[in-house]
Design a protein around this ligand. Structure first.
Ligand code: ATP
Ligand code: MG
Length: 472
């Protein structure tokens, strides 16, 4: 019988620290490759570690389209994956061959590795794979084993798909499909071939060795985090903004974030909830630095000195201004919000324009054209939804006027905002409330992949596996 774990010794080892107990780089975008020690790859786990009985084949995502830049993208992806594995499955070994990564681990680490792969941006899919020698007999035997897996999973129809980057293999892709289909039908009579609408697909890849798998999982796709600069997320306790952050992480952005709270009007539970959301979002974004800004005095001034119906728009303007200051300090190149056009009064195009007038950086709104139902589907998929719906109100809700301005005029907004003197050092408190709030911001690191971090461990289950996809 063909085993799951067979990889030829001598392949490049990508996890030099495996089993050494060393900490991963704190932030994935700044590792020091000079400190890596290469452990020769013997195809065996380090001493004292249980045998590698599981191999995952990982398919690279959109970055394969990057032409001359591909190597750079692949390097970032590998660095992210290494950092995640260091934290969650330190003994696992990562090897690379053109177009594919392979991860080997003991059975007890399989779940941790699957959690990692479910959070990793920049891969199109992954599967547990059987490695065999490159002979027709071995390949067909492995296909039969995969056929049994499909049958045992209640699947009744299948097809075989074959790729043969190694053209020296004697059978063509078509021949492999035909021979494997026949072999599976003979050995597993419960399965029928259905090339148009198969219940499962058995994949064969003839590469540096033969790889056979079925029941593949869809990856998060997109680009590896760290390949598209940094963005600064305005993170509230709602449903939308964590999704916006996850989506931008999937476009390769590293994230920092700000949460504006209003104690004692907002509770410590509300703050904990946002930290938890930052943990989950951070587990996709390779960690988030979360700034918590106390906006109580700012909100009080708005309430006391501005016309009531303008309160929300003016608050949004103040948030944009404060976020810009922090974002620039973090080296972020844009602000990110969970705004969706016309979702609520503050998000009409006119009111978005008012808010934007105080932003000194481009604002990315990945959800601007998505309705709430679509956002909720994504929130469930990213694992943020259950936390987002915990009932701890945010400052915007508590201070929102009963009849807000719906179509704010930017000129009027600018005049009202200036009258508040939030940032004017010559204003009533002489420092500028907004500057002061920013200076006193508290920093928390959330969602970083560090070994033995209790917060990381808590974030892990949130990264649930994507639905099993046969054709990915
Ligand atoms: P979410 O949009 O995250 O579900 P929400 O619906 O309560 O929360 P909105 O009123 O829709 O918030 O706010 C629009 C956007 O403004 C949010 O997506 C977020 O980017 C930003 N925002 C709102 N409130 C805050 C806050 N307290 N701290 C940081 N950003 C905020
Ligand atoms: Mg919203």
């Amino acid at each position: 019988m063909v085993q799951y774990n067979q990889i030829m010794p001598g392949e490049e080892t990508m996890n030099p620290e495996a089993g050494s107990g060393k900490s991963p780089p704190e932030r994935a975008s700044s590792p020091n490759p000079q400190t890596s020690r290469h452990r020769p790859d013997t195809g065996q786990p380090p001493e004292g570690v249980s045998p590698f009985s599981v191999t995952y084949l990982v398919k690279l995502g959109e970055l394969v389209l990057k032409g001359g830049n591909r190597e750079g993208f692949e390097r970032i992806l590998r660095r992210n994956l290494l950092a995640m594995l260091h934290a969650r499955a330190p003994e696992a070994q990562l090897t690379r061959h053109p177009g594919r990564f392979y991860i080997r681990c003991g059975a007890e680490r399989a779940e941790a590795v699957e959690n990692v792969l479910s959070c990793l941006m920049g891969i199109s899919g992954w599967a547990r794979a059987r490695g065999t020698g490159k002979t027709a007999e071995a390949v067909l035997a492995a296909c039969v084993e995969e056929g049994k897996r499909l049958r045992d999973g209640g699947i009744r129809s299948f097809k075989v798909e074959a790729r043969r980057p190694d053209k020296s293999f004697p059978l063509s892709s078509y021949d492999i499909c035909r021979a494997a289909g026949d072999a599976v039908c003979r050995a597993v009579p419960e399965l029928k071939v259905d090339v148009h609408n198969p219940g499962g697909i058995i994949s064969v890849e003839i590469r540096e060795r033969a790889w056979i798998y079925s029941l593949g999982n869809k990856g998060r796709r997109g680009l590896p985090v760290g390949s598209a600069g940094r963005g600064f997320l305005l993170l509230s306790g709602g449903i939308d903004s964590p999704v916006a952050g996850c989506l931008m992480a999937g476009r390769g952005m590293g994230l920092d974030a700000v949460y504006f709270h209003t104690p004692p009007y907002t509770s410590t539970e509300a703050l904990e909830k946002v930290r938890r959301l930052a943990e989950i979002t951070g587990s996709y974004a390779m960690g988030i630095r979360l700034y918590t800004v106390n906006f109580t005095r700012v909100q009080r001034r708005i309430r006391e000195e501005a016309p009531g119906e303008w309160a929300t728009v003016l608050l949004r303007m103040a948030m944009m201004e404060a976020a810009t200051i922090l974002a620039r300090r973090c080296g972020a190149k844009c602000l990110i919000t969970g705004e969706s056009l016309s979702q609520v009064a503050s998000q009409t195009i006119e009111n978005l324009a008012c808010a934007e007038s105080r932003a000194g950086l481009p604002i990315l709104r990945p959800l601007v054209g998505t309705d709430k139902e679509g956002i909720i589907t994504m929130a469930k998929d990213f694992g943020t939804y259950d936390t987002s719906i915990l009932p701890y109100p945010d400052c915007c809700v508590l201070f929102s006027p009963p009849h807000p301005v719906l179509r704010g005029n930017t000129g009027e907004a600018a005049a009202l905002y200036a009258a508040l003197e939030l940032t004017n050092p010559g204003g009533p408190d002489r420092t500028g409330l907004l500057y002061k709030a920013v200076e006193e911001a508290e920093l928390t690191k959330c969602g970083y992949y560090t070994p033995r971090s209790p917060v990381d461990a808590a974030a892990a289950p949130a990264c649930k596996a994507m639905p099993s996809m046969n054709n990915y």
